[in-house]
Write a protein that binds this ligand. Structure first.
Ligand code: V47
Length: 353
C-alpha cells in the first residue's frame, strides 16, 4: 500500500511518513488534504463574527518573536481600563459579534482580579456572548505570579465566565527551538497539562503553531504529533491554527517570509496528520486573506472571523489591524467556490450565508 493509498484509506500516518509528505507533488498533496476536508466538511467554510481584544501589552516575559509586548522596540506600554473594554464589547455586541477573544501580555502589576474582572463584567452584561480568553501561557504566568495551582486558575476562569480557551502560546513544542525563541515562558509539557485540565472540565480549546521562523519541517511534524497524542486522550481541541511568523519589530532575525508553497503544504499536512482534530483554521491575519482563501483547497475549513481589530500580529507586520468587512469576507468565500457558514465559538452552525 502506498502512502497515498494509506491516507485515502483513512489510516493514521507516522512521523516519517508525515515528513515525507513535504516531498510529494504540491498539487497531489493539496488534493489529498482536500479529499479529507471534503469528507469532514464538504464545501463549508466556517467563520464567526468576533472581536479580538488585547487589554495590556505590559509583559514580564520576553519572547524573541513578539512585537506586541512593550519593550525597547515597542516602547508604548498600555493597560486598558475595564470601562474602556466594556465600551468596545458594547459596541461590537450591538453589531452582531458572538465572541470576544481576550488575550493579553503577562502584566505583573495589573493584579489577578484585573484579569478576572474583565471576564466577569463581560459575562454579566452579555450572558450570551462567548468569552474566549487566556492562553495557556497566561494561565501559567498568573499561576506562578499569584502562587496558585493551574487548577485554581482554571476554576477561577470558569467561575468568572470564560467559556473556552484560545490556542495561543503553543509556538513550537520542540524544546530546543522553544528555548531559543521563548525561554522562560510556559513549557510544552505545561502547555498540554493546562489544556488537558481545561478539557477535563468539559471545556473546549484550540491549539496553534507558530511557524516560518527558525524551526525546521521536523519540528512542525513533531508539533502536530504531540497534538494528535494529546487529542487522543482529551478530545478537547476544536481547531488547529498554523500561525505564519510575522517578521517586523521583534528580536528574531529571519530574512525571508515563508513561501506560499511551504505554508500551503504545512496546512495540507496538518489536515492529514491531525485526523482527530475536527477543524483546520487558516488564520488570514498571518497568512493574508488571499492565501487563506487558497488554503480552503489545501485542507483548511475555517477562516476564523471578522476580528475587527487585532494587535498582536499586526504589531509584527500583519495587515490585520482593522479586521475585514463581513459582506466582503462572505463574498470572497463564495467566489472561491465554498459555502460561508457562520458558526458559534464551539462550531455549532448559526447561519449559512
Ligand atoms: O501565541 C506572536 C502569535 C499568538 C507573532 O485560538 C505571532 O482561535 C506571528 O494564539 N508572528 C496569539 N504570530 C494569537 C493566537 C490566536 C489567533 C487566532 C485565533 C486563535 C484561536 C488564537 O500569536 C501567540 C503567538 O504564537 N504571535 N508574535 C509574530 N511575530
Amino acid at each position: 500500500m502506498t502512502l497515498k493509498e494509506k491516507i485515502l484509506d483513512g489510516k493514521r500516518i507516522d512521523f516519517n511518513e508525515a515528513l515525507s509528505l513535504y516531498d510529494m507533488d504540491f498539487f497531489e498533496l493539496g488534493e489529498l488534504a482536500d479529499s479529507i476536508r471534503k469528507k469532514m466538511h464538504g464545501k463549508k467554510t466556517y467563520f464567526n463574527i468576533n472581536r479580538h481584544i488585547n487589554p495590556t501589552n505590559v509583559c514580564a516575559d520576553v519572547c524573541k518573536f513578539c512585537a506586541y509586548s512593550a519593550n525597547r522596540k515597542n516602547p508604548n506600554p498600555y493597560t486598558m481600563k475595564h470601562e474602556e473594554i466594556m465600551e468596545i464589547v458594547k459596541d461590537v455586541e450591538s453589531r452582531g459579534a458572538k465572541e470576544v477573544h481576550i488575550v493579553s501580555a503577562h502584566n505583573p502589576d495589573a493584579g489577578l482580579d484585573w484579569y478576572l474582572d474583565i471576564f466577569k463584567k463581560v459575562k454579566t452584561a452579555y450572558p450570551n456572548l462567548h468569552v474566549k480568553a487566556l492562553t495557556a501561557a497566561e494561565v501559567d504566568f498568573l499561576a506562578r505570579h499569584y502562587g496558585k495551582t493551574y487548577d485554581e486558575v482554571l476554576d477561577l476562569m470558569v467561575e468568572n465566565g470564560v467559556d473556552s480557551m484560545p490556542g495561543g502560546g503553543a509556538e513550537i513544542f520542540d524544546e530546543s527551538v522553544r528555548d531559543f525563541i521563548c525561554k522562560g515562558k510556559v513549557t510544552s509539557n505545561q502547555w498540554f497539562e493546562i489544556h488537558r485540565k481545561w478539557h477535563e472540565r468539559g471545556k473546549k480549546s484550540n491549539v496553534t503553531m507558530l511557524f516560518g521562523h527558525v524551526e525546521k519541517r521536523e519540528h512542525r511534524i513533531d508539533h502536530m504529533m504531540r497534538i494528535r497524542d494529546a487529542q487522543d486522550i482529551s478530545g478537547g481541541f476544536n481547531a488547529f491554527i498554523p500561525l505564519v511568523y510575522q517578521r517586523e519589530n521583534n528580536y528574531l532575525k529571519v530574512d525571508e517570509f515563508m513561501s506560499a508553497n511551504e505554508i500551503l503544504k504545512t496546512m495540507a499536512i496538518s489536515r492529514i496528520v491531525l485526523d482527530n482534530v475536527p477543524n483546520i483554521k487558516a488564520y488570514w491575519v498571518t497568512s493574508t486573506v488571499n492565501l487563506a482563501l487558497v488554503a480552503q483547497e489545501f485542507g483548511a475549513n475555517d477562516l476564523d472571523g471578522t476580528i475587527e481589530k487585532e494587535s498582536i500580529n499586526s504589531a509584527a507586520g500583519a495587515k490585520s489591524a482593522n479586521g475585514v468587512n463581513l459582506e466582503e469576507f462572505v463574498a470572497l468565500i463564495k467566489n472561491s467556490g465554498f459555502i460561508p457558514v457562520e458558526r458559534d465559538s464551539v462550531y455549532n452552525e448559526i447561519k449559512v450565508w
